[in-house]
Ligand binder design. Structure first.
Ligand code: ADP
Ligand code: MG
Length: 452
């Protein structure tokens, strides 16, 4: 049995909960089956379901009963939307999809990539927090953390998540003014406004959005007047409780040449990072991309073990992984062969070779001394000052972790030190990694920089 009078029930709810709550929480509900007094309501996300259940279920139940359906309980179920490819992608039809065109005709933003939806985003341990946070802001509910700051290495899905948020908001809250742009575009607009003496317009446009998303914000580091303007825009929007979403390739505190006040502003919301992919996530992504390729090449088979092999071997970033797969399918269809290990080796020889790249001791030493702002010669040399010794130990530790060199070999490259000194250094860092958050963060950053 399905629920009768949903329209009437909604009208009654509108009167009791008010327009805002209604638009946010009631309108998106989709009535489902009624069985044994249990009414199923479909919701877009679990968070949404929980919220409605906690805040409005008594009211909803009451109105359902008043309109003639005997109901004792509500059941919230996820609304399974059809796969993205079958939905007309609104973003693909417009050039300035992220912005409601009528409200802001002067604003054209970067077009949203229709492939970058939540449906196409594969979630695993390394990105689950970022994904959950993105989902939350995409609901367009009351602003709970501002800004949402997403950071992580290249190709890990920051832009994908931001586009997904913009799309989702656009579909769910078409009345909202959502502006997505890269930090570079922000600067470009700003410079143009200065040149054309249109700063008032510029300010007005940016201060009238409901949601502002700025991608790759590290780009404005060192660009003083752009930073200044960004800071004011940011503050104006935060004061109006408008959601801001920022991405960068590293944490706010790690961005060089960013003013302290900008840093601290960026740090006051929720900061989540996308960790480098792990094997399971890479495999999951490959499987989902195979499904996409199948639409183009329905006859091509992928032999057992190929995806596992790729997930093992291509660890750098998702973009490379994706490119490899696209190439495999195109190649296989051209030569009319099955996608097996042989074809994979032939077709991806260069990619596989590149990902075999070994990290050298010298590279590690260079990165570490840069990171701690000390001279390479001081790090390798005999000085025992803590400010050299600690980075030295960090570098030794990374050499042990990331290269196949033995302890004596590592010692030799650190100014001819004994292998016991190296061992001591490695142990010390292992301890500090647990007890000292700063060291743990340094190691993570360095490892990432070295792997990219
Ligand atoms: P970033 O902006 O962090 O450099 P992108 O968002 O541009 O990275 O992602 C690079 C490519 O990898 C895109 O094509 C994106 O769709 C894909 N990608 C990244 N992470 C995922 C994921 N978890 N699931 C599916 N595709 C992903
Ligand atoms: Mg990006």
């Amino acid at each position: 049995m399905t629920l009768d009078h949903w329209g009437e029930i909604k009208e009654r709810l509108l009167k009791t909960v008010g327009q805002n709550n209604y638009t946010t929480w009631i309108e998106p509900l989709v009535p489902g089956a009624v069985e044994d007094g249990i009414v199923t309501l479909k919701v877009p996300t679990n968070f949404f379901g929980n919220y409605v259940s906690q805040n409005f279920s008594d009211l909803i139940l009451h109105e359902i009963n008043v309109t003639g359906t005997d109901a004792t309980r509500l059941n919230f179920a996820l609304n399974q939307q059809p796969p993205a490819a079958e939905k007309p992608a609104p973003a693909a039809r417009q050039t300035s999809a992220a912005v409601k065109p009528a409200a802001n005709s002067q604003l054209s933003t970067a077009p949203l990539d229709p492939r970058f939806s939540f449906d196409n985003f594969v979630v695993g341990k390394p990105n689950e927090l970022a994904h959950a946070a993105a989902r939350r802001v995409a609901e367009g509910g009351p602003v709970t953390f501002n800004p949402l700051f997403l950071y992580g290495g290249v190709g890990l899905g920051k832009t994908h998540l931001m586009h997904a948020i913009a799309r989702e908001l656009h579909e769910r809250k078409p009345e909202m003014n959502v502006l997505y742009l890269s930090a570079e575009q922000f600067m470009y607009r700003f410079v143009q406004a200065l040149r054309d003496r249109k700063m008032m317009d510029f300010k007005e446009i940016f201060r009238s959005v409901d949601v502002l998303m700025v991608d790759d914000v590290q780009f404005i580091a060192g660009k003083d007047s752009t930073q200044e303007e960004f800071f004011h825009t940011f503050n104006a929007l935060v004061d109006q409780h408008k959601q801001i979403i920022i991405s960068a390739d590293r944490a706010p505190g790690e961005i060089k040449d960013l003013e302290d006040r900008v840093k601290s502003r960026l740090q006051c919301g929720l900061i989540v990072d996308l960790h480098p992919t792990d094997y399971e996530l890479r495999l999951g992504i490959l499987q989902s991309k195979v499904d996409v390729q199948r639409k183009t090449y329905p006859d091509l088979e992928v032999a057992d073990g190929v995806l596992e092999f790729l997930a093992h071997r291509i660890t750098s970033n998702v973009r490379v992984l994706e490119g490899a797969l696209t190439r495999l399918f195109a190649f296989a269809s051209l030569v009319g062969r099955e996608i097996d290990m042989g074809l994979t080796q032939d077709c991806l020889a260069d990619v596989l070779r590149a990902s075999e790249r070994k990290i050298s001791v010298e590279e590690i030493q260079r990165k570490v001394s840069d990171h701690y702002n000390i001279r390479l010669s001081d790090m390798i040399g005999p000085k025992r000052l803590r400010s050299y010794a600690r980075p030295r130990q960090v570098a030794m530790y990374l050499c042990k972790q990331m290269t196949s060199r033995s302890l004596p070999e590592i010692g030799r490259r650190f100014g001819g030190r004994d292998h016991t000194t190296v061992m001591h250094g490695v142990r010390r860092i292992e301890e500090l990694k647990v007890s000292d958050g700063q060291i743990a963060e340094d190691l993570e950053l360095l490892r990432r920089a070295l792997e990219s």
